[in-house]
Design a protein around this ligand. Sequence first.
Ligand code: RB5
Length: 149
Amino acid sequence: MKIAIGSDHVGYRLKMEITEYLKSLNHVVKDFGTDNEERTDYPIYAKRVGKAVASGGYDCGILICGTGVGMSIAANKINGIRAVACSEPYSAMLSKRHNNTNILTLGARVVGTELAKMIVDMWLNASYEGGRHQARLDMIRELECENQL
Ligand code: RB5
């Protein structure tokens, strides 16, 4: 898969570990920053990765901050993005099956590296089920259109 990844300073180290892990699984990973542990602002990277995914250039995105919360709030402001903040694999899997999430956000202060890898695995390997869930996603899409008015 072609995966866009980004983090703020708090998520930087975990991002590098997850990037290495994804590459070891033969995924193509593009890092949208940040590039070090100097203090920065998570919406910058949520915007970069969110736009890259929403425009169709990537299969999905992964964003990492302290809790995953700020990244998910920011990414979900972008039309077409369905971001989920996960700290356990079950929700990650169901978020793909039912909500067709296209960005996973993780909290570097919440999960360790091995749990983060497990969450990423469950998320990447799950598939959207469509069917009854599609009408709900269509309703979310309508909300996005209303917000443009
Ligand atoms: C930065 O201190 C922290 O607020 C950020 O990494 C993230 O957790 C926000 O949701």
